[in-house]
Design a protein around this ligand. Structure first.
Ligand code: MG
Ligand code: ZN
Length: 375
């Protein structure tokens, strides 16, 4: 009997020790608790698990996403609806509270709240926004504008003129210099492109020009939305990552916050067009690869990749991997032309990545980012 008790006691103490050891080991793994310096936040609009799964199945090479060593799951609802739109989805990331569908940079009561980008800029970070939609579209706008309706391009464009955004790359130039066409606000003949230039913003028309540029820089890639990859947009999204990082680093020693959106993954979902979705997802994944490459070398950078919601209710009911047609009708099915409420994956890579495991709300992204930045 005594022996048994001794053994029991021994095993209890061994368990206690191993508990301590485990703590020590964890502490060692995450020994570097100093704040993350740079954040590259990549948003694949409408990119759910089925979209990522299909992209993996239809390519020989692994996706860059697969290099992310820490993965989480995110709940995407907005303040009033279980199915979010992209405005409320990105606003959850940018201000850390849920808001109503359509709202940009406002809380659920319609009150304007400072965005993460605005806070970091005020703190001396350089900031950048890159999108394959108009730069005034809901996702990028949620980081610098504060309006009740995502359709209010009249006000969103005006907000960008004065926003603390060091660099923007995306479409939407017409909202700045063809304002008499606007359906919202009071259409006017102001030329915000010129007003921006008067304020010292340098407008460039190729990525090479970033090398010499300083101060605030903008690159309009289209009057409205840029084309899809299929229709010939090219690869400015992945190609812009490296020169944008170089530019943002040149602008400050403190660190940078770069938001990159694969905007049209969502539009492929709305169109129930898998080829559209996949070509946009591959383009986005190349941007992820470029961001990871920098983070790997830098050692002080977090790369965070997620979606605002899933689009299309994509399911993969049968195998068409062996088929010559990777997107054959049999291999996939959409269940809606809208968004769904399914959780979306979060992929984290680089410094601070371990903080992004678990199951959490979209608003947690904002709080986790502040935390890893030491704020
Ligand atoms: Mg979007
Ligand atoms: Zn959408």
């Amino acid at each position: 009997m005594k022996k048994i008790i001794a053994v029991l006691l021994l095993s209890v103490s061994v368990m206690a020790c191993s508990g301590d050891d485990e703590q020590k080991t964890t502490a060692n793994v995450n020994a570097d608790q100093t704040p993350v310096k740079n954040v590259i936040f990549l948003i694949g609009d409408g990119m759910g698990l089925a979209q990522v799964s299909k992209a993996m199945q239809t390519r020989d090479e692994p996706l860059n996403l697969e290099k992310a060593n820490y993965v989480g799951l995110m709940k995407t609802s907005s303040s009033k609806e279980v199915i979010t739109d992209s405005a409320a989805g990105a606003t959850a990331f940018s201000i850390g509270v849920k808001t109503f569908n359509g709202a940009i940079g406002l809380d659920g009561n319609g009150r304007s709240k400072k965005t993460l980008l605005e806070m970091l800029a005020a703190d001396g970070y350089s900031t950048g926004l890159i999108a394959t939609s108009g730069i005034t579209h809901a996702t990028p706008a949620s980081f610098y504008a504060h309006v009740e309706s995502r359709e209010d391009y009249y006000s969103i464009a005006q907000a960008l003129v004065n926003a603390p955004v060091n660099l923007f790359i995306g479409g939407g130039e017409d909202h700045f210099d063809k304002r008499s066409n606007e359906k919202r606000g009071k259409p006017d003949d102001r030329n915000l492109v010129k007003e921006m230039e008067d304020k010292g913003v340098t407008l460039i028309n190729n990525l090479g020009a970033l090398e010499k540029a300083t101060g605030r820089v903008g690159y309009f890639t289209a009057g409205q939305h840029p084309e899809s990859v299929i229709k010939g947009r090219g690869d400015y999204l992945p190609k812009s990552i490296k020169p944008s990082i170089d530019f943002l680093q040149k602008e400050t020693k403190k660190g940078f916050f770069l938001v990159v959106e694969g905007s049209q993954i969502d539009w492929g979902g709305h169109a129930n067009d898998l080829n559209y979705t996949m070509t946009e997802l591959y383009d986005f994944d190349k941007a992820v690869g470029a961001a990871m490459k920098f983070a790997e070398k830098d050692g002080n950078t977090l790369v965070l990749i997620t979606a605002d919601h899933e689009t299309g209710g994509l399911t993969l009911p049968t195998s068409d991997i062996e088929s010559d047609e990777p997107y054959s009708e049999a291999g996939h099915a959409y269940s809606t032309i809208g968004h769904t409420s399914a959780m979306v994956p979060v992929y984290a890579y680089g410094k601070g990545a371990e903080k992004f495991t678990g199951v959490y709300e979209n608003t947690a992204i904002y709080h986790k980012l502040l935390s890893v930045l030491g704020k």
